[in-house]
Design a protein around this ligand. Structure first.
Ligand code: ADP
Ligand code: MG
Length: 256
């Protein structure tokens, strides 16, 4: 794939916490409309990588481009200016993020959770925002739960609301950080189904997951990370089925 067609380009990125290199010279390009899966043991830097792409963390070295923009900066003529926090918040809207813990507002219904962001940020009439949110609830299979509070929903339902809430901001890219790890096993499938549909609709997705079956089926490309580095990368049939690196093999054997 040509680097300049990528929607995300991560170039030589390092992230340091004190003495710890959470990310060590990571490079990765993601083509639009594809699913990039990231696997790896706990502490390998997977969440940090997503958080850097979403500007929840600032990188110490390298550069990240999302949708043609160098994140954290804006170009003025030939010069790059660092963005202010407000500008970063705006730039962040191009990526939707779904976390392991669903992080819904507990005092708001499913619908209210979804419309909260768009009402604040998108310049659209409330009626239209509610109509789109209702369509999103339908899309994640929760049309009948629009007035339910998170405490009245299962973990799988809450996570589907969280996905709808992220989609309501019309992101060009969706990041998922172990979206099913906090769920009871019988609820994992309903969330993966929503993610499968999303992938089929052409959404670009970066998915950190231990669901190797899902990765095998949906990923265009898989990265195995360990100790802040990309150890192995390739199509799922290679990385997940016949990995070339012993560390990848050991990890997959441990997860299965
Ligand atoms: P993963 O998601 O693969 O489990 P993380 O990206 O969460 O790994 O963490 C990578 C490493 O960075 C771990 O050693 C973790 O303890 C460390 N780390 C992550 N966030 C912070 C932070 N805010 N401060 C200090 N260390 C951190
Ligand atoms: Mg993590």
């Amino acid at each position: 794939a040509k680097a300049d067609s990528a929607i995300v380009t991560i170039a030589n990125v390092s992230k340091i916490f004190g003495e710890l290199k959470a990310l060590n010279n990571v490079s990765l390009s993601i083509e639009p409309g594809t699913v990039q899966c990231i696997i790896g043991p706990s502490g390998s830097g997977k969440s940090t990588l997503l958080r850097c792409i979403n500007q929840l963390e600032k990188i110490d070295k390298g550069a990240i481009r999302v949708d043609g923009e160098l994140i954290g900066y804006r170009r003025v003529g030939d010069e790059l200016h660092e963005l202010t926090d407000v500008e970063i918040a705006r730039q962040r809207l191009v990526t939707g993020m779904v976390f392991q813990r669903f992080n819904l507002f507990n005092h708001m219904t499913a619908l209210q959770n979804i419309i909260e962001g768009p009402l604040t940020v998108l310049k659209q009439p409330r009626k239209q925002i509610v109509a789109e949110a209702t369509a999103l609830l339908e899309r994640v299979g929760l049309a009948d739960k629009r007035d339910a509070y998170p405490s009245e929903l299962s973990g799988g339902q809450q996570q589907r609301v969280a996905i709808a809430r992220a989609l309501a901001m019309k992101p060009k890219l969706m990041l998922f950080d172990e979206p099913t790890s906090a769920l009871d096993p019988e609820l994992v499938g309903e969330v993966l189904n929503v993610m499968r549909d999303l992938a089929a609709s052409g959404m670009t997705m970066i998915v950190v997951t231990h669901e190797l079956g899902f990765a095998r089926e949906v990923a265009g490309d898989v990265v195995f990370m360990d100790k802040g580095e990309i150890v192995e990368q390739g199509p799922p049939q290679t990385v997940l089925v016949a990995p070339s690196q012993a560390r990848t093999r050991d990890f997959i054997a441990a997860v299965l």
